[in-house]
Design a protein. Structure first.
Length: 256
């Protein structure tokens, strides 16, 4: 089960983008605690400690006790925001929960016993359909991972949720169908999948090329027309004819 984390926090006295930027310059990350039919609480936490928790894995399905001025809030992380091309968190949302609240959480899947799979021994490839499973569980007993054994799995076999042994006290949040978690496919299937991907990529590139070439053609036509207008004005000037700045040939009557 996931271990409980403790994250010290301080209340935010000011809101807004300017205040948030000032906090980030001081090594703090703005955050909000909401839910449980209580008013949202704006706080800020230490960036270094938050980053350490994020790098440890399982942060999004771990209970986090937020200690704000001696008052503790039992929460579950719901969203962590990052700026483009950066791994530094800039905002976190925490959901208040009760000690034994029923939660729906996404738990990562881990596949074991590959050496005991006849299909993998014969060169099969495991096609993972769902890397996470949404489970309903007690807030005090959130599993770290779901382990699925590949023992006995052959090429062409599939693993459905009904065949997965879930931790005690948990159940699948999707209960209206027996969905597929993973399949074991052969080399031909993998080749066909790759071929389909390449065809889709080629179609996308051709569409993009057609759009770009159309824009380029319009640009070249515009440049050619601008050149014609310049030549027209130069010739009229050499002939001693006054040429207003707005004067020039129309598109239907180019200079001959």
């Amino acid at each position: 089960m996931s271990e409980q984390l403790t994250l010290p926090a301080e209340a935010r006295e000011r809101a807004g983008k300017g205040a948030s930027r000032a906090l980030r310059r001081d090594g703090r990350v703005p955050a909000v605690i909401y839910g449980d039919k209580k008013e949202p609480l704006s706080v800020h936490v230490e960036e270094k400690l938050l980053t350490k928790m994020l790098s440890g894995g399982h942060f999004m399905n771990t209970v986090v006790m937020i200690d704000a001025k001696g008052k503790k809030h039992r929460t579950l992380p719901k969203d962590v925001q990052f700026p483009p091309a950066s791994s530094r968190p800039i905002h976190v949302d925490f959901l208040r929960i009760g000690e034994h609240s029923k939660l729906t959480v996404a738990i990562p899947v881990r596949f074991d016993d590959e050496e005991e799979s006849p299909g993998i021994k014969r060169g099969g490839v495991l096609n993972v359909v769902r890397h996470e499973l949404e489970l309903v569980c007690d807030a005090a007993h959130i599993p770290d991972e779901i382990h699925i054994s590949l023992a006995g799995l052959d090429i062409g076999d599939s693993i459905h949720i009904s065949a997965v042994t879930l931790p005690e006290g948990t159940k699948s949040a999707i209960d209206d169908r027996d969905f597929t978690v993973a399949t074991l496919v052969g080399h031909l299937t993998v080749f066909l999948l790759l071929l389909a991907c390449l065809v889709a990529l080629a179609f996308t590139l051709l569409t993009l090329f057609d759009q770009v070439s159309g824009k380029l053609r319009e640009l070249l036509e515009q440049l050619a027309w601008d050149q014609t207008k310049v030549v027209w004005k130069i010739k009229l000037h050499l002939l001693g004819v006054p040429v207003p700045s707005s004067y020039g040939p129309t598109a239907d009557e180019p200079f001959q």
